[in-house]
Ligand binder design. Structure first.
Ligand code: ARG
Length: 596
């Protein structure tokens, strides 16, 4: 077992011995933010003391008296109000590196209690191009999936494609009255978007382009589709097929796969029954001809998503589940989706990765679900993992020069083209095909990393030079650190087997070696923290620090030229750094190349 896991387990046992009634599952060990105080710390005893109304310092003293971690740590220190600080013994650091070098672990452990988690991400809309708003969902969702799977959880991914709704009334009118077949052959999504825009402009009563006849036609086509008209159904299917081709191309480029892609239309047959149940249970009621869920008054107004403050007063803020014309809403479909997922996969967690503008939708959805199925609500954690916008240099949402939404495919093309320039400048001697292959990995890596690095809830400014820089907190910098280590092994003509079974026990000597080794040991903690809060940016920060530790080590500690014992130990540090970098980047969906 890994040292931090051993310490955590002993600490839980000691806490249990002192306070048998306490729930010690939350007694966790975390990296110490300042190495001055040690390698790990725990604030858990203070929380336990608070929960049990005890003096924290005294509780800490009693727990420490029962705690024997002398096989791993120096004497445990109690600091401040009751923090525990742990410092690993140098031989423990060395032993952890040895077992990692032998391939027994890579500084992380699988979850002791694996969960089933459904991740709902990407979820683009049919007949509309995937734009940068969908890129964050795709990249974040994919990375969370990779992370949870690596930690041993069972993850079911489901792409909740927007393949139903009022836009199809307009698309059908457009298809029947103004479709340009040649344009459809060339670029189906662009043509679908063109006809959608043209008809949509005629259906918006607030626009000078409004045309009551077109508006009426769009409604009629939608009703026909909903009633199963064979012609409209066939056209609708064709639009889905054409869109799916484009989505799949992009997923292929990004290396993203889904277990399921149950679009909104899949849930259609279930919607009438859901509305009927919500009406029967008095969770929903009629309001101005529509059916809506209102507050049940059980929550304080500030926490109640069905209330909104207007002019200093709390007003109803209902969630629509059936429109006046009988059509169903986004929320109705989402309720059916939760029920289906629970019945099919029995998850203990469902995670939705979307834009921050959908926060109210999900707050209301989760609250409605808890009222609809109180018996299930306690068994599943519903989490909205939301994110901010990607901004241009002007601080406004990213647009093309002509003011259009940036299309994801164009963004990826540009990333590869720019990376090709960078690679060509550095390695003009490499054959072009090889430079293109490297540029693909670097360009895509740069875009993904740019998206994952900021705290997901903040907006970030997208800048090509910044994300492609070889020095800075970027994917190319981390990929370069990885390639540099590979070149050490190439230069020294060292077979990896020499590292896999270190002939000598590892006794770390230089301070830079110790700092690097400690950071390597924190990999698992970084992964756990990222999984707990659904924040891959913790992994970015960890990897950037790892590369920085490695740089300091490499500047101060000769490797190939060192005498035998130093050289063997330092090669292990190089190899393990490379493995952790590659594994960490893989969680972010980013590839590495041996040579840049
Ligand atoms: N299609 C939606 C959009 O593009 C996102 C769907 C998210 N998932 C869900 N279950 N509501 O905004």
């Amino acid at each position: 077992m890994l040292p931090h896991k051993e310490i955590e387990l002993r600490l839980q046992q000691a806490a249990h011995a002192v306070l048998p009634a306490a729930d010690v599952a939350s007694v966790l060990v975390r990296p110490c933010p300042d190495p001055k105080f040690g390698d790990y710390q725990s604030a858990a005893i203070m929380s336990l003391a608070k929960a049990h109304k005890l003096n924290p310092r005294q509780l800490a003293t009693e727990v420490v008296a029962r705690l024997d971690v002398s096989s791993w740590c120096e004497k445990v220190e109690i600091a401040g109000a009751g923090f525990l600080n742990f410092r690993l013994r140098p031989d423990v650091l060395g032993a952890a590196l040895e077992s990692a070098a032998r391939g027994e672990h890579l500084f992380f452990a699988k979850a002791s209690q694996p969960r089933t988690v459904v991740v709902d991400f990407s979820s683009p809309n049919v007949a509309k191009p995937m734009h940068v708003g969908h890129i964050r969902s795709t990249i974040l969702g994919d990375s969370l999936t990779r992370l949870l799977r690596l930690l041993g959880h069972r993850v079911v991914t489901d792409n909740h494609i927007g393949d139903w709704g009022t836009q199809f009334g307009m698309l059908l009118v457009g298809w029947k009255t103004m479709l340009d077949r040649a344009a459809l052959e060339r670029d189906a999504i662009a043509e679908l978007e063109r006809i959608y825009r043209a008809i949509n402009a005629q259906c918006d009563a607030n626009q000078p382009t409004y045309n009551a006849a077109t508006h009426g036609a769009a409604r009629a086509e939608l009703v026909k589709l909903q009633q199963g008209d064979p012609e409209n159904l066939a056209l609708w299917r064709e639009m889905i097929r054409l869109s799916q081709i484009q989505f799949d191309t992009i997923y292929g480029r990004l290396g993203v796969k889904f277990d399921h892609a149950l679009g909104e239309s899949f849930y259609n047959p279930r919607l009438p029954d859901i509305v009927a149940q919500l009406m029967a249970q008095s969770i929903a009621r009629e309001s101005e001809g529509a059916k809506c869920v209102f507050s049940d008054g059980t929550l304080p107004p500030k926490e109640d998503p069905f209330l909104i403050q207007r002019d200093g007063e709390w007003q109803p803020n209902p969630q629509l589940i059936q429109k006046r014309d009988g059509g169903y809403n986004y929320a109705t479909t989402d309720l059916a989706t939760i029920a289906h997922r629970l019945a099919t996969w029995q998850p203990s967690e469902i995670v939705y990765v979307t834009d921050g503008r959908q926060q109210l939708h999900f707050q209301q959805l989760f609250a409605t679900f808890r009222r609809w199925h109180p018996e299930l609500a306690g068994r599943v954690k519903l989490a909205h993992v939301w994110f901010g916008s990607i901004l241009g240099d002007d601080g406004k949402p990213l647009k093309t020069r002509t003011g259009e939404n940036v299309k994801l495919a164009d963004l990826l093309d540009e990333a590869e083209a720019r990376a090709f320039q960078v690679v060509s400048e550095k390695n003009s001697a490499l054959p072009e095909a090889e430079r293109r292959a490297i540029a693909r990995v670097i360009g895509l890596g740069a875009v993904k990393y740019a998206d994952l690095l900021p705290n997901r809830q903040s907006d970030y400014v997208f800048n090509w030079d910044k994300i492609l820089a070889l020095n800075g907190n970027t994917a190319p910098y981390l990929q370069y650190a990885y390639a540099r280590i590979q070149s050490i092994f190439r230069k020294g003509e060292i077979p990896k087997s020499e590292v896999g079974d270190p002939a000598v026990a590892i006794r770390l000597a230089a301070p830079e070696e110790i700092a690097l080794a400690r950071h390597l040991l924190n990999f698992g903690l970084a992964l756990e923290a990222a999984a707990e809060e659904y924040r891959p940016n913790f992994i970015c920060t960890y990897l950037f620090e790892l590369a920085s530790h490695f740089s300091r080590f490499f500047e101060n500690c000769p490797v190939l030229k060192a005498e035998a014992a130093d050289r063997a130990r330092r090669l292990v540090l190089c190899e393990l750094t490379a493995r952790v970098l590659a594994q960490g980047l893989e969680i972010l969906g980013i590839e590495t190349v041996p040579n840049m």
